[in-house]
Design a protein around this ligand. Structure first.
Ligand SMILES: *Cc1c(COP(=O)(O)O)cnc(C)c1O
Length: 637
């Protein structure tokens, strides 16, 4: 898992995974379940669940039902001599019980630690059709449980972390201790370019904890999900309107999964037209790592298109390559505004060119925060685009998801939107196979974008976009006398993010982009995106959520750091032993009894006035840069 999340970024078209936004938050929730219960707690839960399942099985037998004698844990199958499964399932609904149809004659029942003995009796009434069970409840309890044969004998979860936080107070403090190491949006702005770290308002998120949303199974019968279905349909409609496309699939769980789905949709369309020989994808060198990685996963060969000195697609190169590969051209993947943070004025020209050669245009819509309400990707000529609902539409994604990356398509592609083998009402008529396990992907978080759109309204969304663009230009402008802003559009402006070029400092005094990123931590800021899409640069995206005061603090920090660099350039600070090379400074460093640095502790850790009342202490200083991304190791005790 560790390798996969970095692989697309580092290895691009040679990657074997396109994962960027992962499910790290959900993985952490699972981990905390194990931390809280520990091996003994998990064993107790398992014993309880298994013993309930044994009672269920014994009860079913006592009712004269057909139960198989194969080993089982939490799930048993009950078979009927005739096609009765649907009838049994429907009688379950009347008691608020959902059973699974295994085949026409068989139903499957799974129990878990939230099931009770009374539930088992209710289930038996449904399975047998008997209001009065032919045995006393106490009789079932006496049934011998647990077969030693299937029990696990090896030990597990032996690490300390799984054996010391077994009270709620202890667990709470443990989680808080971890949280304290994390600089989040609750401290200061997270200017990660391309990641759109905007406010996730409580009013947008509140509803996802309601049981009406949180406790619906992905395969719950349609009559139980009328509200959810309405919300999902409305959301898909809003997204279609906001992008100008005609149909939307909510299934992909991330932007990268949307890319994969969109490319498969294009391939299915081309196959239906008798053009399955089209197997090649053109991608500009500026593209996000997921683009080439997704193209390869979708079975396409990737050809990279150059960018010109202004950061735009090199049109001559695009024209040459489209012509050269005209027979094989399947799709052109383009991010707009580009990852260089500019609106490419020629986007329509690129799309026309690709269509002329029979290709389709995939628009990477991760940067929709620069477009919403102002312009419509379908109008530029794109055929399909994904949206990162966990960026533009306020789903929190710090730490890696859960994400939602729906795709929107034009009419001619709608028939191929992904379907689902268990749910009929999903996707197009000739839909490709499902791209995620659940029919509507991470449906549990979709009330967030729905609420965001409903509360903002079209004018509100447009205003947010305008402010996001204004904020990025404000920062670019404030920094212009101190740093070089790498790319600008035709009129001298950036889009919703800007790239600050710090490469010249390596020559002038040995300072690199990492040193600046680490030093920003001493000033209480999360580093911007580093070395993407241009190595040795910082990409800054303030979003519409940041106030003028916060942006001024950030700019002040950047400008102060420029002066610290100047001190090294001019020989006033040591080229190796300086505030930048030693950043970030931890509490342990500045409170140690000895201090032998040529600068003061105050300069190290309290370099500005506002930090004094809101100091965030980095937990560790530098370790080994990207070494850990490339060299996978386990730190188990
Ligand atoms: C974030 C991003 C992606 C990938 O989206 P995930 O949801 O992280 O998979 C793709 N392209 C661009 C330009 C992005 O910023």
């Amino acid at each position: 898992m560790t390798l996969q999340t970095r692989e697309q970024h580092i290895r691009r078209e040679r990657a074997t995974s396109n994962i960027c936004t992962a499910q790290a938050l959900l993985a952490n929730m699972c981990a905390m379940y194990a931390v809280y219960h520990g091996p003994e707690g998990l064993r107790a839960i398992a014993r309880y669940v298994h013993s309930l399942a044994i009672l269920l099985k014994a009860g079913a037998k006592a009712c004269g039902l057909g139960v198989s004698d194969t080993p089982f844990f939490d799930t048993i199958l009950v078979s009927y001599p005739s096609d009765k499964a649907q009838e049994i399932i429907e009688s379950g609904w009347r008691k608020n019980i959902n059973l699974r149809g295994y085949d026409k004659r068989t139903v499957a029942i799974s129990l878990d630690e939230t099931s009770s003995f009374n539930d088992v009796c209710d289930i038996l009434q449904v399975l047998s059709g008997l209001e009065n069970l032919p045995f006393a409840k106490g009789d079932l309890r006496s049934v011998e449980i647990l077969s030693e044969r299937e029990l696990r004998r090896t030990s597990f979860l032996t690490q300390a972390v799984f054996n010391q936080y077994h009270s709620e107070t202890e667990l709470m403090r443990y989680i808080k201790k971890l949280e304290n190491k994390d600089l989040s949006l609750t401290h200061s702005m997270i200017p990660l370019g391309s990641c759109t770290m905007k406010l996730n308002a409580v009013s947008e998120m509140q509803a996802i904890s309601w049981s009406e949303f949180a406790e619906i199974h992905p395969f719950a019968p349609a009559h139980q999900t009328a509200g959810y279905t309405k919300l999902l349909k409305q959301l898909a409609g809003f997204l279609a309107q906001l992008t100008g496309f005609s149909a939307v699939s909510l299934q992909p769980n991330s932007g990268a999964q949307g890319e994969y789905a969109g490319l498969l949709v294009v391939k299915a369309y081309q196959k239906a037209k008798g053009e399955s020989h089209r197997d090649l994808c053109l991608i500009p060198s500026s593209a996000h790592g997921t683009n080439p990685a997704s193209a390869v996963l979708a079975g396409l060969k990737v050809v990279i298109v150059d960018c010109d000195k202004n950061g735009n697609v090199d049109f001559i190169d695009l024209e040459n390559k489209a012509a050269q590969y005209r027979e094989r051209l399947s799709v052109f993947m383009m991010t707009y505004p580009s990852t260089h943070g500019v609106f490419e004025a020629d986007i329509q020209k690129y799309c026309d060119l690709i269509h002329k050669y029979g290709g389709q245009v995939y628009l990477d819509g991760a940067n929709l925060n620069a477009q919403l309400g102002l312009c419509f990707p379908a109008e530029y000529g794109a055929d399909v685009c994904h949206m990162n609902l966990h960026k533009t539409f306020c789903i929190p994604h710090g730490g890696g998801g859960p994400g939602a990356g729906p795709i929107a398509v034009k009419d001619h592609l709608a028939a191929y939107l992904p379907g689902h083998c268990l749910v009929t009402d999903v996707g197009g008529n000739s839909g490709i196979h499902a791209v995620s396990a659940a029919p509507f992907g991470n449906a549990g978080i979709l009330p967030i974008p729905w609420a965001y759109i409903r509360m903002m309204g079209f004018e509100g969304l447009k205003r947010a976009t305008q402010v996001a663009i204004l904020n990025a230009n404000y920062i670019a402008h404030r920094l212009r006398n101190h740093y070089e802003v790498l790319y600008k559009g035709t009129h001298g402006f950036v889009a919703h993010e800007c790239i600050v070029d710090v490469r010249k400092f390596k020559k002038s005094c040995g300072i690199e982009v990492f040193d600046i990123a680490k030093r920003l931590m001493d000033y209480g800021f999360h580093a911007p995106t580093v070395s993407f899409p241009v190595a040795g640069t910082l990409m800054i995206e303030p979003t519409e959520s940041e106030s003028l005061q916060e942006m001024d603090r950030f700019c002040a920090a950047m400008i102060a750091i420029r002066e610290e660099i100047r001190a090294i350039e001019e020989g006033r600070a040591d080229p190796v032993n300086n505030v930048l090379k030693n950043a970030p400074h931890t509490l342990a460093m500045v409170t140690a009894s000895s201090w032998d640095r040529p600068y003061s502790r105050e300069q190290a850790a309290m370099p500005s006035e506002w930090i004094r009342e809101n100091k965030f202490w980095p937990a560790v200083s530098r370790i080994d840069e990207a070494y850990g991304d490339r060299n996978f190791m386990c730190t188990c005790s």
